[in-house]
Design a protein around this ligand. Structure first.
Ligand code: UT7
Length: 321
């Protein structure tokens, strides 16, 4: 059977690391509050010359090298971001140009923090239909540029970064590698709980991120537990079969609550929120790359990806490496 198989990963962070102590000097907050409520200890913030496309290109190059795939052989690039370099063209086309691939398909996906799951699901479908043989799926963000740096309820939570995977269509055995099941959801009812208060067609300005954190938290735990159950059932596996969960890194307490609901031991959950904070669409592939490169996630492992974000949008995907 033809499956989309993850054959490589890469990630990139801006140079500048900003600690909670650094933020104490900027807004009315404390390291203690941030660590206790979120688990975040530091985040990376893009500086001059660092953009969503530059971080994405860096992560994509590392993923290509890891997979041993030539940029020229990539027929599809899907880049998940809510902070594109420009309103248009799609940032994916800038990455395509920087990598030197020509003629394939390249587009952005806007599903905010669930963007990587949406991009992965879309790429998987397109690879299985034969539209392309090799794809780059990227999550990249510079959320620091849409934060209100006077709003302590949001500015301490986010960071910048990028993560990428190479996905290849391969003819594999039933128990072989590849993406086994994906479920995606959206519900526009809750737009006002997490949104950016600007845009080209409304204010003409980029706008700033606004969030009612407590309500988002409540929905996240419920929605994620539900969608994880759906994917497990679609793939006919149980929570005990999972080797690793690679979740969207919004809040350590959400990760704990979701793992508890699934009956998963916390040791199976990859946590990078302490190091990177919430990097929106970049957080899942960034965390995945960290855990692959440090040797935790290995070939043959059953890995669950999951995320929830603005829209609301949410989803999960199960892959055997
Ligand atoms: O990535 C997309 C999905 N996003 C999420 O999943 C985020 C989900 N939400 C969360 O992670 C949490 O709700 C937050 C971390 C955003 C907030 O934690 P919380 O425990 O829900 O706190 P809260 O919003 O209920 O605020 C508690 C208190 C408030 O003070 P009062 O009203 O109780 O006096 C806030 O004003 O904490 C105060 N507060 C802060 N204090 C120090 C809010 N932000 C800060 C801050 N430093 N940075």
């Amino acid at each position: 059977m033809i499956r989309a198989v993850i054959t490589g990963s890469g990630s990139a962070l801006p140079k500048d690391c900003v600690t909670n102590a650094d933020l104490e000097a900027r807004v009315d907050t404390t390291d203690e509050w941030i660590v206790e409520r979120t688990g975040i200890r530091q985040r990376y913030i893009a500086g001059e010359g660092e953009t969503t496309s530059s971080l994405a290109t860096d992560a994509a190059r590392k993923a290509l090298a890891d997979a041993g795939v030539d940029a020229a052989d990539i027929g599809l690039i899907i880049l998940a971001t809510a902070t594109p370099d420009h309103t248009f063209p799609a940032t994916a086309t800038q990455v395509q140009q920087a990598l030197g691939c020509r003629g394939g398909v390249a587009f952005d996906v806007a599903a905010v923090c669930s963007g990587f799951l949406y991009a992965l699901g879309t790429a998987e479908s397109l690879l299985r239909t034969g539209m392309a043989k090799k794809a780059l799926v990227i999550g990249a963000e510079t959320f620091s540029r849409i934060l209100d740096w006077e709003d302590r309820t949001t500015c301490v939570l986010f960071g910048d970064g990028a993560g990428a995977v190479v996905l290849e269509a391969q003819d594999v055995a039933e128990d072989g590698p590849g993406i086994l099941a994906t479920k995606l959801h959206a519900d526009g009812e809750h737009k006002d709980l997490l949104y950016v208060d600007g845009g080209p067609s409304t204010t003409g300005e980029v706008g700033k991120l606004r969030m009612k954190g407590r309500e988002v938290f409540r929905h996240a735990v419920v929605n994620l537990a539900e969608v994880l159950g759906e994917v497990l059932s679609d793939a006919s596996v149980t929570a005990e079969d999972i080797d690793w969960v690679v979740p969207h890194q919004a809040n350590a307490r959400i990760l704990d609550a979701t793992a508890r609901k699934l009956g998963l031991p916390p040791e199976k959950v990859v946590v990078t929120v302490d190091q990177h904070a919430n990097t929106s669409a970049a957080s899942v592939p960034l965390a995945f790359d960290v855990a692959r490169k440090d040797g935790r996630i290995k070939s043959g492992d059953l890995v669950m990806f999951e995320a929830m974000g603005g829209g609301f949008t949410w989803g999960a995907s199960l892959a055997r490496l």
